[in-house]
Design a protein around this ligand. Structure first.
Ligand code: FAD
Length: 477
C-alpha cells in the first residue's frame, strides 16, 4: 500500500514512542511498564525501514533474523507472515522483543545512525508482530519427519531459553523430548529472574504451552545430578542430552559483614518474589522489606532488583555501582525506567564493609569513592579507589547483583565433561558438542552470564547438530 513512499519520506518519519504506564503508578504495581505499539504506530514505524540491499541490522542479530523482510511484511499489515519470518530463526520472539538489548545489537547497526537519526525500532516491531499474530497451530511430532525419530528419547536439562529453544527444535524434527527442570516452574530466568513488569509470565506461558502441544514433556522439581543421575538418564534410554542449566550461582564480593542478615543476592531476592510469592502478605517466609535498600551492581539484574525493591515500598531504592553510568552493562531502557521510578543512582561508589546491629542485622554500608582509570580487559574504564574518600550510609537491606557463575551441579555430576576454570562446560564451538559425544550444551552454562537470544541461538544450533549426528548414526545402522 505504501510502495509509492520514497526513501526521503520514510526518513522524515520520527521514531515511534512506546506507550508506557506513568512512573508514579507503575512503581507501585507489577503491571507491564511498556504497553506495546498500537497497530497504527507499528505500521508507521515499519515504513521507516529503508529495506537496505545489504541490511547491516541483520549482522547485529545473534540469530540472523530476516529483519527487513519481517518489517516489510509488517508495513503491509501481513502480520502472520511477518511472525512466520521471525519464527524461522527465533523461537521466542515475544520474549526477545521485550528483553533483547536491541540498542547494542540489531538497532546499533541500523543505517539511520549514519543519517544521524534514531534507528528503526526493530525490537518494538518484533514484539508487536509476536503479540498480534494469530496463534500458530501446534507442531505435530513426526509431521513430515523421517520415521523412527519418535522412538528416540532426548533429555534436556534446564527449561531456560536455551533448553526451551532446543526442545522446540527437536520436537519439530520429530524426537521424543523431555525437559527436566530443578525448580517447580518452567522458564528459567524468564520466570525466576526477570520480573513481570518487564516480561509478564503469560508471554512465557504461551511458548511453554506451544511446546507442550508439540509433544514436549516437562518434569519439574527434578535436579539432574541429584534427583536423577547421568546413569539414570542413560538407563532410561535417552540417546541425546542437551545441557542448558544456566548460570544461577550468585557471586559475592567477600567483604566484611556480607553474612549479616539483610545482605542477600539478587538471585535470591528476585526468585523469592517472582516465583515463591514472598511478597504476599500471607507468605510463610516473607521477603526482606526495608525503607533504604541498596542494590550493588549495574547490570540488568541490578535494575530488576532495585525496581522490585521500589515496588515493595523502599523509599530509598539505590543503585551502588563502582563505575560511571556510561559503563553500566544494563539496558539503557532499564536505566531510564529505573530513574523515572525514583531509583537513586550512586555511581563511582564501591562497598567495602557492612556494619550490623547487635541482632546481626545489616544497618550501614561503608563505601569507597571511586574514579575512572584506563580501560580494562572489558574495554570499559576501570574503577580506581580515591585515597581516603570513604563514606558510610544507613541501609536496611543490601542486594548483591555483581554477576553470576555457572551452576556447578552438572559439571560436577557428569563424568567426562570438560569444564573451564570459570566453571563453564567446554564445547566444540562449531556444533556445541561436549567432550561426551551424545551430550551437547549451550546458553549460560557454556557462556557464563550472557543473554536470552544467545541462549536461544545455542539451543537451535545444538538441535541441528544433534539431529545430524543421530540421523547419521541411524543411517549407519
Ligand atoms: C534478573 C535477570 C535479568 C536479565 N535480563 C536480561 C535481559 O533483559 N535481556 C537478556 O537478553 N538477558 C537477560 N538476562 C540474562 C538471561 O536471562 C540469561 O542469559 C538466559 O536466561 C540464559 O538462558 P539459559 O537457558 O542458559 O539459562 P537459565 O535461564 O538460567 O535457565 C537454566 C535453567 O536450568 C535449571 N537447572 C539448573 N541446574 C539444573 C539441574 N541440575 N537439573 C535441572 N534443571 C537445572 C535452572 O533452574 C533454570 O531454570 C537476565 C538475567 C537475570 C538473572
Amino acid at each position: 500500500m505504501n510502495n509509492e513512499l520514497k526513501n526521503k519520506d520514510r526518513i522524515a518519519i520520527p521514531r515511534v514512542k512506546m506507550p508506557e504506564l506513568a512512573p508514579d503508578y507503575r512503581s507501585r504495581c507489577y503491571e507491564e511498564v511498556q504497553q506495546g505499539l498500537t497497530a497504527e504506530q507499528a505500521l508507521t514505524e515499519a515504513q521507516r525501514c529503508l529495506n537496505c540491499p545489504k541490511p547491516t541490522c541483520m549482522e547485529g542479530c545473534p540469530v540472523g533474523i530476516q529483519i527487513p523482510k519481517f518489517i516489510k511484511l509488517t508495513e503491509q499489515n501481513r502480520i502472520n507472515e511477518a511472525a512466520a519470518v521471525l519464527k524461522e530463526t527465533s523461537s521466542l520472539p515475544a520474549v526477545c522483543g521485550r528483553v533483547c538489548p536491541q540498542e547494542k545489537q540489531c538497532e546499533s547497526r541500523c543505517i539511520y545512525h549514519k543519517l544521524n537519526k534514531e534507528p528503526v525500532a526493530i525490537g518494538y516491531l518484533e514484539r508487536y508482530v509476536a503479540d498480534n499474530a494469530s496463534p500458530q497451530s501446534p507442531v505435530q511430532i513426526g509431521d513430515g519427519c523421517p520415521s523412527g525419530r519418535s522412538e528416540i528419547k532426548i533429555a534436556v536439562v534446564g527449561s531456560g531459553p536455551a533448553g526451551l529453544s532446543f526442545a522446540g527444535d527437536m520436537a519439530k524434527r520429530g524426537y521424543d523430548v523431555t525437559v527436566f527442570e530443578a525448580l517447580h516452574e518452567i522458564g528459567g530466568v524468564l520466570k525466576y529472574g526477570i520480573p513481570e513488569f518487564r516480561l509478564p509470565n503469560r508471554i512465557v506461558d504461551v511458548e511453554i504451552e506451544n511446546l507442550k502441544a508439540a509433544g514436549v514433556k516437562f518434569v519439574t522439581n527434578c535436579i539432574i545430578g541429584k534427583t536423577l543421575s547421568q546413569d539414570d538418564l542413560q538407563q532410561s534410554g535417552f540417546q541425546g542430552i542437551f545441557i542448558g542449566s544456566g548460570a544461577g550461582l550468585p557471586n559475592f564480593m567477600n567483604i566484611e559483614g556480607e553474612n549479616l542478615s539483610g545482605v542477600l543476592s539478587s538471585n535470591e531476592y528476585l526468585t523469592r518474589v517472582n516465583l515463591m510469592g514472598a511478597n504476599r502478605p500471607d507468605a510463610d517466609t516473607p521477603v526482606m522489606y526495608g525503607k533504604r535498600i541498596a542494590v550493588i551492581g549495574g547490570g540488568n539484574t541490578a535494575m530488576d532488583a532495585v525496581r522490585t525493591a521500589r515496588r515493595l515500598g523502599a523509599e530509598q531504592a539505590m543503585i551502588v555501582y563502582r563505575r560511571s553510568e556510561e559503563e553500566m552493562p544494563a539496558r539503557l531502557e532499564e536505566i531510564h525506567h529505573a530513574k523515572e521510578e525514583g531509583v537513586i543512582f550512586m555511581n563511582l561508589y564501591n562497598p567495602i564493609r557492612y556494619l550490623g546491629d547487635e541482632k546481626g542485622r545489616v544497618r550501614q554500608m561503608v563505601l569507597q569513592k571511586m574514579e575512572l582509570g584506563e580501560p580494562d580487559a572489558s574495554g570499559r574504564r576501570s574503577p580506581k579507589a580515591i585515597p581516603n574518600a570513604i563514606e558510610t550510609i544507613d541501609i536496611d537491606v543490601a542486594i548483591v547483583a555483581i554477576g553470576v557463575s555457572p551452576n556447578p551441579i552438572i559439571p560436577q555430576a557428569f563424568q567426562g565433561l570438560q569444564v573451564s576454570n570459570r566453571g563453564t562446560i567446554v564445547v566444540n564451538q562449531d556444533n556445541l558438542q561436549t567432550a561426551l559425544p551424545h551430550i551437547y550444551a549451550g546458553g549460560d552454562i557454556v557462556r557464563g552470564g550472557a543473554t536470552v537470544i544467545l541462549a536461544m541461538g545455542d539451543g537451535k544450533k545444538a538441535a541441528a547438530a544433534m539431529d545430524e549426528q543421530l540421523t547419521q548414526r541411524k543411517s549407519n545402522e
